[in-house]
Design a protein around this ligand. Structure first.
Ligand code: ACO
Length: 320
């Protein structure tokens, strides 16, 4: 029995901001951002758009894609570092907005790897029999925690949401579903990427702080090692992979990680150019884009991977 991906959906804020527009209010340039990161634009939430509202749109789109309704769901796991409120969990509000009631709904926080943590958790609950059909969401409004005076970070991020519907299915060997997953964390490096606030410390939400170069170095090393672990667990080789859907942090990280595995950039789904880094939303958002534009097809072997603050990192291999 496996958790099989039966629907995907995504949501972006209405407001698209190009590098040139950003350069009107931040001391930066289109050229610098493009060369260092590959980003050309990002979507930024307005005051009426929140993590919860974007998550609800993405989740409803995933339900529609699967051809089912909220009545068919018995679990919601939502990954975010930018919840609507400190509590209740944003997942409970998404459940309510979708018209659901009673079944478990909770948030997980692993920042940019949050979606991998959420997916692995939902997959484990499905395989243990605790749930039959789950919505797994990654949703963020990082624009709310950016320091708009800090050009080294504020140009890198965007807002958005993505969602998967996964369900328990008995599958044949080589069939669809999540084949293997691995998660990791190492709190020693917490100060390299963090938010300088929180309910139990400053009482303020705080702003994102990052040592970009160090994060870059750790990202490439950790990602290539977790990808190899997952491949080994699944009994697969890098050349078996049809698509990598990575966390969309930076084009250079994507390139360096693909290179380490001996894969071509043609097999890497890239949306960082259009969406920037949407943290926990980036993997399901990118997957949804590549599925809807026809790149990811039924039967393809797809590797999802992410690394984020903590540090946390992880990967999942699935057959579409
Ligand atoms: N516009 C113009 N100039 C800038 C900007 C900007 N937005 N930001 C920094 N600079 C300047 C710096 O002031 C510096 O100038 P100086 O040489 O005169 O001092 C110069 O550009 C180089 O700055 P660095 O920080 O050394 O630039 P670097 O080449 O390391 O690139 C970057 C920075 C893009 C953040 C890179 O380190 C990176 O990609 N790191 C990975 C971090 C990341 O993606 N984090 C996302 C979250 S974690 C995750 O998702 C994996």
């Amino acid at each position: 029995m496996r958790s099989v991906l039966v629907g995907t959906g995504s949501a972006l804020p209405k407001n698209c901001v190009s590098n040139a527009e950003l350069a009107e209010r931040v001391d930066t340039s289109d050229e610098w951002i493009r060369e260092r990161t590959g980003i050309t634009q990002r979507y930024l939430a307005d005051e009426n758009e929140t993590t919860g509202s974007l998550a609800t749109i993405a989740a409803q789109a995933a339900l529609d894609d699967a051809g089912i309704t909220i009545a068919d769901i018995d679990l919601i796991v939502l990954a975010t570092a930018t919840p609507d409120n400190t509590f209740p969990a944003t997942a409970t509000q998404v459940q309510h907005r979708l018209g659901g009631k009673g079944f478990p709904a909770f948030d997980v926080a692993a920042v940019c790897s949050g979606f991998l943590y959420a997916l692995s958790t939902a997959d484990a609950m499905i395989r243990s029999g605790m749930a039959r059909r789950a919505i797994v969401i990654g949703a963020e409004t990082f624009s709310r925690i950016l320091d708009w005076e800090d050009r080294t970070t504020c140009v890198l991020f965007g807002d958005g949401a993505g969602a998967f519907v996964i369900e328990a299915q008995d599958v044949e060997e080589g069939g669809a579903g999540i084949i293997a997953s691995r998660l990791h964390a190492d709190g020693e490096h917490g100060e390299m990427l963090y938010v300088d606030g929180g309910p139990s410390t400053t009482g303020e939400v705080g702003k994102l702080r990052m040592k970009g170069r160090e994060v870059f170095r750790h990202a490439v090393t950790n990602l290539s090692s977790v990808l190899r672990e997952v491949l080994e667990e699944a009994g697969c080789q890098p050349e078996d992979i049809d698509w990598i859907v990575p966390h969309q942090a930076n084009l250079r990280i994507l390139d360096a990680t693909a290179r380490k595995l001996g894969l071509s950039m043609d097999q890497v789904v890239v949306t960082v150019d259009r969406h920037a880094n949407t943290s926990a939303a980036s993997v399901p958002l990118a997957y949804d884009v590549a599925k809807k534009d026809g790149r990811i097809k039924k039967g393809d072997l797809v590797m999802l991977e992410a690394m984020g603050g903590g540090f946390t990192w992880g990967a999942s291999l699935l057959r579409a």
